[in-house]
Design a protein around this ligand. Structure first.
Ligand code: MN
Ligand code: MN
Ligand code: MN
Length: 279
């Protein structure tokens, strides 16, 4: 059982890397890729835990990319985690993330949230500081009813606490991945709220930039989406990947490793000529 997309506390997941690996093992997963957002910090702990459970751990990371004023997620798999350009690129993305959080803190101070950045940093602990942390503070201070209300009034695009962010480019992300010997995967093609035309445009741009695989089966995909994604993959000569995008047990509707099989017509990413899992 293979799952090539999930998150730990190194980014916005609920479980530590070792808890995540233990849970995956309990669900029968034999090959797991940990793909935290823009960081490889969880990989060494996950690798130790995987060894204890006799599981194969694939190096992974989910890179945030800005493309046509939209955000795409590019999963990188089976790369050398010490490769310099990938490391430097991810460090740059972390700085971008940090700068955005500081700006959000400043913006929200104007509507009465005190010490937003420092308090959100404390809430995030070792994990990544994200907008939901600010949402929790807005609720805590009585400025919003609940976190949904906080997003609706303050944190969404066009609202006072929203800060647009410029991630890395599609070309750069794919270059980092390939220089590190990894496989590039366009994640969850139905996860962007794109129209069909925009989805196909994104797949085409990814393939034109040298991208190698498309995530066809996810924890949320239905059979219809999977067959559309398989058609896209065939059209652009991409391999197929699959992953739950598990963030934590509170997402009771999705489980590690519980995925449909890849369509037979699509070559799986683990049979790609550049796939070297053990490093
Ligand atoms: Mn996430
Ligand atoms: Mn994603
Ligand atoms: Mn993800």
């Amino acid at each position: 059982m293979i799952d090539l997309h999930c998150h730990s506390t190194a980014s916005d997941g609920r479980l530590t890397p070792s808890e995540l690996v233990a849970r995956a093992a309990a669900f029968g997963v034999t090959t797991l890729a940990l793909t935290d957002h823009d960081t490889v910090d969880g990989l060494s702990a996950a690798r130790r835990a995987a060894a204890e459970h006799g599981m194969t751990l694939i190096n992974g990371v989910e890179i945030s990319v800005s493309w046509q004023r939209r955000t795409l997620h590019i999963v990188s798999l089976a790369f050398d985690a010490d490769a310099e350009s990938l490391r430097a690129g991810l460090a740059g993305l972390q700085r971008t993330r940090d700068a955005r959080a500081r700006l959000i803190g400043e913006r929200l101070s104007r509507i009465g949230l005190e010490d937003g950045f420092d308090r959100a940093t404390a809430l995030a602990g070792d994990g990544q500081l994200t907008r939901p942390h600010f949402a929790r503070l807005l609720v805590e201070d009585g400025l919003c009813r609940d976190t949904q209300d906080a997003f609706k009034r303050y944190l969404r695009p066009g609202k006072p606490g929203y800060v647009a962010i410029e991630w890395t480019s599609l070309d750069d992300s794919i270059r980092w991945i390939h220089e590190a010997g990894g496989i590039s995967v366009l994640a969850h093609p139905f996860g962007y709220r794109f129209s069909g035309a925009w989805r196909r445009r994104a797949v085409a741009a990814f393939a034109a930039a040298g991208g190698q695989a498309l995530e066809i089966c996810t924890g949320r995909s239905n059979a219809d989406q999977e067959s559309q994604a398989a058609r896209d993959a065939r059209e652009y000569g991409l391999a197929g990947s699959l992953g739950s995008d598990f963030h934590g047990p509170e997402q009771f509707w999705l489980a590690l490793g519980r995925l449909h099989d890849l369509p037979r017509s699509i070559p799986p990413v683990w049979e790609h000529e550049n796939w070297q899992p053990n490093r």
